[in-house]
Design a protein around this ligand. Structure first.
Ligand SMILES: NC(=O)c1ccc[n+]([C@@H]2O[C@H](COP(=O)([O-])OP(=O)(O)OC[C@H]3O[C@@H](n4cnc5c(N)ncnc54)[C@H](O)[C@@H]3O)[C@@H](O)[C@H]2O)c1
Length: 249
């Protein structure tokens, strides 16, 4: 397969290194205005380039919601897409646009499980699930805040959580897409200066079922925890090997 990268920071960089080391697939481009050409085995661009997209099978986005929105049409015209900035889909207009483009061009959008586990099980239980709640606890620095004590900074629908914390609640967005949607899924975000982890607790209840999924990963600066780059690499290889990952449509 021929793979392009939209954004090549912590997550994208880990996938790029793994892909190059594996050597079985080709990297056609890196689109990231803050990455230099030096040492890179493919063109590095600032903006999308149609001639490079035409030569690409799969684009992996790990940049930001706005960058994804700006590039989605150009990408889906030529390629399948794997998305890490999942909170973008909480925007109803963007969700509709993405769905329409996949149908128009016959493409697939893949949703990697990212920082969380169990999306497959939540999706499988949709018919009997009645309530899904997610609580995330992060250090204030990760949330772009300066709290000096444990503070509940958000409680409400996952749709609004995605609007207020687009870089921090991709897990909430992924769970909403897998389960009950952005309006029926309930989010809680806690800022805690005492923690150095990104921790998520997902509680699912339904007719005769109860799941609790607890995932904690060392934060290590930025918005992304220690586990996510490993999970991203594995998801990428699953998609490249044809075994799927969670599909948007
Ligand atoms: N799905 C999940 O579970 C999950 C988990 C963690 C992070 N994320 C999300 O994944 C994305 C990437 O996270 P990260 O930790 O790798 O971030 P990062 O900041 O390390 O990398 C982002 C990259 O995007 C690049 N970028 C900025 N503007 C750009 C532009 N105009 N065009 C192309 N590239 C541009 C930056 O230069 C940077 O290299 C973020 O949206 C983050 O919120 C998702």
């Amino acid at each position: 397969m021929k793979v392009g990268f939209l954004g090549c920071g912590k997550i994208g960089g880990a996938m790029l290194s793994a892909l190059l080391e594996d050597g079985k697939n080709e990297v056609t481009f890196i689109q990231d205005p803050f990455v230099g050409q030096e040492g890179k085995p493919c063109p590095v661009t600032e903006k999308s380039d149609e001639t490079l997209l035409e030569k690409t099978d799969l684009v992996i986005e790990s940049a930001t919601v706005d960058v994804l929105k700006e590039n989605v049409e150009a990408i889906l015209k030529h390629c399948n897409l794997m998305v890490f900035s999942v909170t973008a889909f909480s925007d109803e207009a963007f969700y509709a646009q993405a769905k329409e483009l996949t149908e128009k061009y016959g493409r697939t959008i893949y949703l990697p499980h990212g920082a969380i586990l169990g999306l497959d099980g939540i999706a499988d239980g949709r018919k009997v699930i009645k309530s899904v709640r997610i609580e995330t606890t992060k250090n204030p620095k990760s949330l772009g805040r300066t709290d000096t004590e444990r503070t509940v900074v958000y409680e409400g629908s996952t749709r609004q959580a995605c609007r207020e914390y687009p870089r921090n609640v991709n897990v909430h967005a992924a769970v909403a897409l897998a389960g009950l949607g952005f309006d029926k899924t309930q989010s809680r975000i806690i800022s805690d200066p005492a923690v150095s982890t990104n921790a998520h607790t997902i509680t699912v209840d339904g007719d005769g079922i109860h799941f609790e999924i607890v995932v904690s990963s060392q934060a290590g600066g930025g918005v992304t925890g220690k586990y996510t780059p490993y999970s991203a690499v594995s998801s990428m290889f699953k998609v490249l090997g044809g075994s799927g990952e969670f599909r948007f449509v």
